[in-house]
Structures are given as C-alpha cells and as structure tokens.
Design a protein around this ligand. Structure first.
Ligand code: ATR
Length: 287
C-alpha cells in the first residue's frame, strides 16, 4: 500500500525496460514489511542532473546501469574503496548531502561464489573478457588474494591494458594477459574460470568464447556471468569435461540483495534469498 511515507528507490540508465531489479526489490520490501517501492527511471538527461534531482526528491537509493556506471562517479558525495578501484558503481546509497557509490555487482559475485563454496584465495583464475564486467571481476579476484590471474580476451591489447590497471592497484598479484586462443597453453590445473563476455548470450546460444578440450579439462569450476540461457555453450563444455558450473543468476540475485541491504540497513537471510531466486528463474525462463 503506497501512502505518504512510502520511500522510493529506482534504476537509472538507458535502456532500463528489461530490468529484473523491480521484481527483486518490490518482493523484498513486501516480504520484509518495508514501505518502499522500486521503479525503473529511464535516464536520458545528463547523469549529474539526474543524481542531484534524485537527491532533491528524497530518493532513498538508486541502482545505476549502462551507460552510467563510470560517468556517475564525479557526482557522488562518497565512494566505497573497492568501487573506486574498479572505477564503476552500480548502487547509490543516500547519505547526508548526496549519495555514496558502491559496486554490489562484485559483492553479488562474491556471495554467489560463497554459495558454491568457492574461495578465490590462493587459486589460479582465468578471466575471459576484458570489458567492464571483466574489469570488476579482476579486481575482486585480486582483492580476494588469487595466486595467479590470467586475463584472456579476443583483443589481447585490452587484456594487457586491464592487467596493467589491476597490477597498479595490486602489485603483488601475478597477472598474465593474452589472447583467447592461448587458453590451452595455461600450465596449471584446477582452474577457476570466470566467463565475462557476452558470447553465448541468448539468442546466440551456440557460441563459446573458447574452444579446445585441453582447456576445459583443466577447469574445476566455471562461473558464467550470463544467465540466459541457463547453461551457455561454455558452461556445457566445462560440465562435459567434468567441472562444476554456475550461471550468473545468483550474481544478479545477490547484487540486488546487497543493494537492498545497503539502502535499508537490514540483512536478508538465505531463506528469503531463495524465494527471490525462484521468482527470478521463472521470469528469466518466461522472457
Ligand atoms: P561488459 O560491460 O558486459 O563487459 P564490454 O565492456 O563491451 O561489455 O565488453 C565486452 C567483452 O566481450 C569484451 O571482452 C569483448 O572482447 P573485445 O575486447 O575483443 O571486444 C568480448 N566479446 C564481445 N563479443 C565477442 C566475440 N564475438 N568473441 C569474443 N569476445 C567477445
């Protein structure tokens, strides 16, 4: 029931029409008995104007999506240190005088990996991709203390650029950058692979960023940030070679939960998370 005390949260970006975030936040608000609504806010104007307007309108919190995850940073009152290192925020939390920026995509990935009993500390990790998503994932791997990180990308120069940025912040982490075609040459076994490109996303379900059985046999666990289809061709290859797999839906779930927790200073338990996960699975399958 919306009344005079209802608080507003929303998603700023362009486009916002296909977002699943309203399903997460409005269900959380209903289940936790909080007087809050979450709506998509298509943002066509200058991002600085949108942020100051949101503050003036007493908006409690915002998610930020493409194309503003980097561009919003100069308009923040404060920023979480890991989000600042990554250079991308997806969550704005209202504080005195403005908003504080966080990157809950990365908190979401961390919690999704925790759910699978996967720790990145001391592990060999292969990151596939060198775009915005791979950048955030690389910083998480480095901050969690991976023993070696391989960044493999179609355009190897971009992998090299990302390697330089990660090493500038985490000088003690061993990072190797290369082309996707070098995946089979990685010497280590028991690799954790994090697939951060858009290759294999519906409707291109018969595409994989990497081919070759040697690489797939070395993977003990693979996470694909894609959640539509349920199993990308990449994850299928890992599973058939004997590795464990997870798609990106839990990352979506937990990034939303982390944002909600920051806005409302609450903690969402696993029973509630599992209810929201069921809803998200149905929505993705119906899309
Ligand atoms: P995001 O923010 O989702 O990471 P992005 O910054 O545009 O999006 O990055 C897209 C990533 O997918 C890049 O690593 C890109 O590789 P390039 O740097 O070589 O462009 C990768 N990618 C996209 N299409 C690809 C394809 N067909 N094969 C291999 N990699 C692809």
């Amino acid at each position: 029931m919306i009344d005079g005390n209802t608080r507003l949260c929303g998603l700023i970006g362009r486009p916002v029409e296909h977002t699943l975030s309203p399903a997460i936040h409005n269900k959380l608000a209903a289940d936790l008995g909080q007087n809050l609504v979450y709506v998509p806010l298509l943002t066509d104007s200058d991002i600085g104007t949108a942020v100051s307007g949101a503050y003036a309108l007493n908006i409690l919190g915002l998610n930020v999506t493409v194309p503003y995850k980097n561009d919003v940073i100069p308009y923040l009152k404060d920023i979480d240190p890991l989000a600042a290192k990554i250079g991308a925020v997806n969550t704005l939390v209202r504080i005195d005088g403005g908003y504080k920026g966080y990157n809950t995509d990365i908190l979401g990935l961390k919690r999704a990996l925790d759910c699978e009993n996967i720790s990145l500390s001391g592990k060999t990790i292969v990151i596939i991709g060198a775009g915005g998503a791979a950048r955030a994932v690389s910083y998480l791997c480095a901050s969690e203390g991976a023993s070696r990180i391989y960044i493999l990308n179609r355009t190897s120069d971009k992998a090299l650029e990302l390697k330089k940025d990660v090493c500038a912040v985490f000088p003690d982490i061993h990072v190797t950058a290369g082309a996707l075609s070098t995946a089979g040459e990685i010497p280590e076994d028991d690799i954790i692979a994090l697939q951060c490109t858009s290759v294999g996303l519906f409707p291109h379900v018969n595409e994989s960023p990497v081919s070759g059985s040697i690489f797939f046999r070395k993977i003990c666990f693979a996470f694909d940030l894609i959640y539509r289809p349920d199993e990308t061709m990449f994850l299928g290859e890992v599973r058939r070679a004997g590795g464990r797999t997870s798609n990106g839906l839990k990352m979506l779930l937990y990034q939303g939960i982390a944002s909600y927790e920051l806005w409302n200073d609450v903690s969402v338990d696993e029973a509630e998370a599992s209810k929201i996960y069921t809803i998200l699975r149905e929505l993705v399958r119906g899309q």
